[in-house]
Design a protein around this ligand. Structure first.
Ligand SMILES: [Zn+2]
Ligand SMILES: [Zn+2]
Ligand SMILES: [Zn+2]
Length: 92
């Protein structure tokens, strides 16, 4: 698609689940979040960098899954933690 991110072949999951309860890691510890991000390699739902626990970023560090997408209504952009670049996947 583009040369800005070299990790597009790590993408396995692009569609959001029909129902998102919230950040799975915040729910586990009883915390709260600001925005939700979904890992596009395994579908893990975590919270954004404005959230207190930054679980999407923690998931990247734990798993090396590089790309998340916004799980907010109406938002379809993706973000690569390695390249630190945002982009929109074609056809999703
Ligand atoms: Zn990348
Ligand atoms: Zn969280
Ligand atoms: Zn993942």
């Amino acid at each position: 698609m583009s040369a800005i991110c070299t990790h597009l072949d790590s993408i396995e999951v692009t569609g959001l689940p029909a129902e998102i309860a919230g950040c799975v890691d915040c729910l586990a510890i009883g915390s709260t979040w600001v925005h939700l991000r979904m890992c596009e390699t395994c579908g893990h739902v975590g919270c954004c960098d404005q959230s207190p626990n930054r679980h999407a970023r923690a998931h990247f560090h734990a798993t090396s899954h590089p790309i998340v997408r916004s799980a907010e209504p109406g938002e379809d952009w993706s973000w690569c933690f390695v390249d630190e670049v945002a982009f929109v996947l074609a056809g999703t």
